[in-house]
Design a protein around this ligand. Structure first.
Ligand SMILES: [Zn+2]
Ligand SMILES: [Zn+2]
Length: 428
């Protein structure tokens, strides 16, 4: 069997792994890079009309035979497995031949569909097969068993892949300190046995810029801040970080504050309701929706979805009255509206994403003399957890992926490490 990591051996982002026997070829993840050619954060809209050759030339996609639309000279892969709904794992989907079967989780599918909905893209998802925790599937020569993992991406999976007597474990993105950390603990106690190759992410291998506070400790920290602080609080986090929004809501409940979200975030939570009934929803106690005037809200209004959220709508007079007991997630539309009405002055900002992302927003907050409190914990495993994970699986070989520093792996995993290069097939 051949392993080719098309992208990700020396990069965080754009993950794409191919495994091929003589009869069957599967891809695991088909990610977009995190940044464009200029090193700026990636905007898919700029690339949708490009041909495969242009995508490859601009280093957006790798030249993978048979994968892309209009490539009729090569046989398509037999399946694509997607580990989770972060664009660095599924982002090439719009360029891919629609007849290739796609294996992904229900939560992942809902978030991908919602993301495309807001971008006005109508992806072909007719070939989706929903995967479930520890339910094996067979694809040609391969047997694949998904393992639900703890990650900042919702409903994320690692994969055990078996073929030709070999057992390969692909970690996907994971951590052991989030809301689902009991999954990590149970996995460590009872890992799959006899692993030959572990393809393991190493985002946190450098130990820089990552805080490995437990998600529940972060929530407790928020409760204290929310109680002690007597002003309007803005809490900036990713709308797709469902664990964080759950922690945020829980902290609001424990401190008697009302959580205000924008319709975009509310919609993402709403589409996951069936998969995860406990995550915060627009009709939960003390959750309110501020109707922003932006393209996302217009889209929801145009297809009549917005109407559903009307019962939880918060208007300006109520904001004015309850200002100091609100926690508001500041989308661009909310920032604009709140600034216009004088609600930014004297407020508090908590920033709950990677601190580098704050640079884009900094000028806005600087104008009001507001500097953020950083309260965040990484979506990825730190060195200690990577070591625990690798020790539990005890593979013969460890192959680094999703890392800027594969050369740091031997420091922790010694001679087991085999560093690969993008696009070069390796026989397993
Ligand atoms: Zn991820
Ligand atoms: Zn990733």
């Amino acid at each position: 069997m051949n392993l080719t990591i098309h992208r990700g051996t020396h990069e965080i982002g754009g993950s794409c792994v191919e495994l091929a026997t003589e009869n069957t070829r599967i891809l695991i993840d088909i990610g977009l890079p995190l940044v464009d050619e200029e090193g700026q954060s990636f905007n898919l809209g700029n690339y949708l009309k490009l041909s495969k050759a242009e995508l490859v030339e601009r280093k957006i996609a790798k030249d993978i035979p048979g994968l892309y639309k209009k490539d009729n000279d090569n046989k398509p892969p037999d399946a694509i497995l997607i580990s989770h709904s972060h664009p660095d794992h599924y982002g090439l989907l719009t360029f891919v031949k629609p007849q290739i079967p796609l294996y992904l989780s229900e939560g992942c599918l809902e978030l991908i569909k919602a993301t495309y909905y807001f971008k006005g893209i109508n992806p072909d998802l007719d070939t989706v097969v929903i995967i479930e925790n520890k339910k094996s599937i067979s694809i040609g020569d391969f047997i694949i068993t998904p393992y639900l993992v703890d990650h900042s991406g919702f409903d994320a999976y690692a994969f055990l892949i078996e073929a030709e007597g070999k057992r390969i474990f692909y970690s996907g993105d994971f951590r052991g300190h989030g809301k689902k950390r009991s999954l990590f603990d149970r996995f460590i106690e009872n890992p799959p046995k006899d692993i030959d190759y572990l393809i393991m992410e190493g985002t946190g291998i450098e130990g820089k810029d990552c805080y490995y506070e437990k998600e529940e400790d972060l929530r407790d920290k928020l409760v204290t801040i929310f109680k002690e602080n007597k002003s309007l609080i803005f809490f900036a986090c990713s709308s797709q970080n469902i664990d964080r929004i759950s922690s945020l809501y829980s902290a609001c409940r424990r401190s008697g504050r009302i959580l205000v979200l924008d319709p975009y975030t509310i919609y993402l939570l709403d589409v996951l309701r069936r998969r995860a009934p406990k995550i915060p929803q627009f009709d939960f106690k003390d959750i309110r929706v501020f109707f922003t005037s932006d393209s996302n809200t217009r889209r929801l209004a145009d297809d009549k979805t917005l109407y559903k959220y009307k019962e939880s709508k918060i208007a300006y007079d109520e904001i004015k009255e309850k200002k100091d007991s609100l926690v508001v997630k500041p989308s661009y539309g909310i920032r604009k509206a709140f600034a216009k009405n004088g609600y930014i002055e004297g407020s508090t900002l908590i920033y709950s994403m990677w601190s580098k992302y704050f640079e884009n927003e900094k000028p806005f907050w600087d104008e009001y003399g507001i500097s953020p409190m950083h309260v965040h914990t990484s979506g990825h495993a730190g060195v200690t957890q990577l070591k625990e994970f690798a020790r539990a699986l005890n593979p013969t070989t460890i192959i680094p992926i999703h890392t800027l520093s594969p050369d740091r792996f031997p420091e922790y995993f010694g001679s087991k490490v085999r560093m690969l290069s993008d696009g070069k097939p390796t026989e397993l």
